[in-house]
Design a protein around this ligand. Sequence first.
Ligand code: BG6
Ligand code: MG
Length: 224
Amino acid sequence: MNPHDAAPDIRAVILDLDGVITDTAEVHFQAWKRLAEEEGLSFTREDNEQLRGVSRRQSLDLLLGAHRYDYTETECQALMARKNRYYRELLKDITPADFLSGAPQLLEEIRSRGLKMAVGSASKNTRTVLERLGILHHFDVIADGHSVVRGKPAPDLFIYAAEQMGVPPEQCVVIEDAAAGIEAARAAGMVAVGVGPSTRVGKAHYRYKSTAEIDLNEVLGHGS
Ligand code: BG6
Ligand code: MG
C-alpha cells in the first residue's frame, strides 16, 4: 500500500543520527568491543547489529546477556560510564568529513523543500556528534536520549519530535537504519523510510540501501 493514499502532505522529516547521517554505529561498536574485551566477554560485529538504535542501558543488557546477573546495578552503571568514556574519546576524531555519503545533500534537499527537520536519536551524545559534524544548528528540533523515558521501539521519541515541531505525526517522515527505529516510526503513525538491508529495515514503507540512495521525491509521493 502506498502510505500516501490516505496520508495528508508531509511537512516534516525526522532523521536518525547513527547510521543515517554519520556512521557512529561503527564507533559505538569499537567502544563496546573494548569494554567487552576488558570484561572477558565475547562481542562480535554481528552482535552489534542488535544494538542499533537501542539505548545505552538496553545495549549493555544485550551485551552482557546471561552474564547480566554477575554484575550489581552499581557495577552496571560503572560499565556504561566506561563505555561512554571510550565512545567520547573516539568522537574527538569526528569531523565534517564523516558524513555518510549523500547525507549533506539530503539535509539540503529537505530544507530547500521547506520541510521542518528534526533529529530523533536514542543517543545522549547527539548534540556532541552534531556539533562535531558542524550541523547542530541546522535542525528545528533535537530529540535525543535525554528527551523521553521510553526509547525505540516505543514511538515516544518521534512523537516528542513531532510535537516540538508542531506537526501531526501522520505528516512526518522518519528516516532510520535500525529495526527498532522502523518499529517506533510505524507505532507513531509516521511514514517509515529504512536505510539498510531488508533483514534489518524490511518493515519500512520505503527502503533504500544507503542514505545516498534515498529518493525524497518517491517518499513524498511526488515520484513516478
Ligand atoms: C543510538 C545508537 O543512536 O544511540 C545505539 O544506534 C546507542 O547503538 C544509542 O546505544 C545510545 O547512545 P549513547 O550515545 O547515549 O550511549
Ligand atoms: Mg541509527
